[in-house]
Design a protein around this ligand. Structure first.
Ligand code: HEM
Ligand code: HEM
Length: 179
């Protein structure tokens, strides 16, 4: 089943969700580690190159994901969820998408503040828009850092909520995102 239906996520939505989840956690780990590398490390240039290349691909992937979300109807919320749970789910997902977009855009703004394009592997380049605000590299760098940490905090709550639905409430919340 490629498309979502009223009760389950389809293959496309599941691939978007799980591939994004793995890539986001990977980018966080690499980002966290790479900022402390020193000039003499063999990863000093390679790690940011990978972080930025994969980050730009994730930006494209996320835009495609959002487009998909808006053109295909998503499954309905489970009727066993209280109104408060349904609201928390909506707000939680909105926060995940919004913070993710801020991280992706701030990452672009850090990397292009000096006017140089971002080289995405050896495949293509994403042009710089130049320095749009004063101290762009530092400002975007702080935003990138704190939103990345905030995302991880919300993801943790998101995971705990999914596990609670699965193991305690024993409802279909997690199953319909997997099977
Ligand atoms: C979900 C996606 C991403 C996550 C979770 C993420 C996470 C991180 C983290 C945790 C750091 C270390 C921050 C610090 O301690 O200062 C970092 C640094 C960095 N990220 Fe990302 N990042 C993402 C996407 C991107 C993208 C799309 C780009 C650019 C195209 C990018 C460019 C950078 C750069 C240039 C740094 C180094 C900043 C500095 O030297 O202070 N990131 N990222
Ligand atoms: C970086 C990690 C993750 C991010 C950014 C993330 C983000 C999201 C987002 C934005 C949605 C809403 C999808 C929609 O548009 O309907 C969603 C749904 C979901 N996620 Fe995650 N997720 C992550 C990891 C996980 C993990 C590890 C689990 C399981 C333990 C999980 C379980 C679920 C479930 C069950 C749903 C469907 C909820 C529903 O039916 O409304 N997610 N996730």
């Amino acid at each position: 089943m490629v498309l979502d239906n009223e009760t389950k996520f389809g293959t496309v939505s599941k691939v978007f969700h799980w591939l994004s989840a793995i890539v986001i956690l990977g980018l966080f780990a690499v980002g966290f580690w790479m900022v402390d590398l020193n000039y003499y490390s063999e990863w000093y240039r390679t790690a940011p190159y990978w972080h930025k290349s994969i980050g730009i691909l994730l930006l494209g992937f996320t835009l495609a994901r959002l487009l998909w979300k808006f053109i295909t109807p998503s499954p309905k919320t489970l009727t066993t969820h209280t109104k408060l749970t349904q609201l928390a789910t909506k707000l939680g997902h909105l926060a995940l998408y919004s913070i993710l977009l801020v991280i992706l855009i701030s990452g672009y703004l850090i990397s292009t503040a000096d006017g140089r394009a971002i080289e995405v592997f050896t495949w293509f380049e994403v042009m710089s828009l130049g320095e749009l605000i004063a101290n762009q590299e530092d400002v975007a760098g702080s935003i990138h850092k704190y939103t990345a940490y905030s995302l991880m905090a919300i993801v943790l709550i998101h995971i705990l909520a999914a596990l609670k639905h699965h193991f305690i409430d024993k409802d279909a919340t997690l199953r319909r995102m997997i099977k």
